[in-house]
Design a protein. Structure first.
Length: 229
């Protein structure tokens, strides 16, 4: 099978304008992946499936990844005007100094697809897409029309991470109920206190629910007392 670099070159030749970046994997598996730009991802997916040499006709799994905002510290060299005495005369001269600066890189969500070829007996080829952020720009194109196996798995990523797959034939929650708030696989997800009873609930869950009920009851009583006063 072609290397990721060769697949990258083949994609760029077949899909004009496609943005493809090799994402290295430093683990022993060395399973590098290809980051696709969302605008051309659907066309790239069709190429990977239909290309005679690659023939990536089987999608084994789709997973989600949540990348939080990251504070980055970097050292930069800047030129400043400083006062110096030269030959007994105070003068302003340029001096290059090194400063430490911090900035925040916004987080994003990822959808990762593992592809194989049943026809050619090779794989996996790992492709991924990234949203613009984790808040209001979380759309990615659905690849279900290319690989039908993506349908339920994209629904899982939508349900648990909040990625909105445009063009999906039936995008709705699959594990959590429709009224459920938030996305429980997000790294900053906070579990609610008002867990209802479930047959498999462990002691800590039940106790948290009891504490919540007691807290809500106390707040209501305080509110009623204030109204009566």
């Amino acid at each position: 099978m072609k290397t990721v670099e060769e697949i990258k070159a083949a994609i760029e030749a077949a899909v004009p304008g496609a943005g493809v970046t090799v994402v290295p994997n430093g683990s022993p598996s060395g399973q590098h992946s290809l980051l696709l730009d969302a605008e051309h991802a659907f066309a790239v997916a069709k190429f990977l499936r239909d290309d005679a040499e690659l023939a990536l006709d089987f999608l084994s799994n789709v997973t989600g990844v949540d990348w939080l905002d990251k504070e980055v510290t970097e050292k930069v060299k800047v030129t400043k005007q400083v006062a110096k005495e030269i030959d007994g005369v105070q003068q302003m001269v340029d001096e290059t100094v090194e400063e430490t600066r911090k900035h925040v890189e916004p987080g994003y969500l990822e959808a990762v697809y593992h592809l194989f070829s049943m026809k050619k007996k090779h794989g996996p080829v790992v492709i991924r897409m990234r949203t613009k952020n984790r808040t209001d720009e979380v759309e990615l194109p659905s690849l279900t029309p290319v690989w039908r196996a993506a349908e339920f798995q994209e629904r899982e990523v939508f349900d648990l991470y909040g990625v909105v797959f445009t063009g999906h034939p039936d995008l709705r929650r699959i594990l959590m109920w429709d009224e459920f708030k938030d996305h429980p696989m997000r790294k900053d997800y906070v579990e609610p206190d008002d867990f209802e009873y479930e047959p498999t609930a462990h002691d800590k869950v039940l106790q948290r629910h009891k504490d919540h009920v007691a807290k809500v009851g106390a707040e209501k009583e305080t509110g009623n007392a204030g109204a009566r006063a």
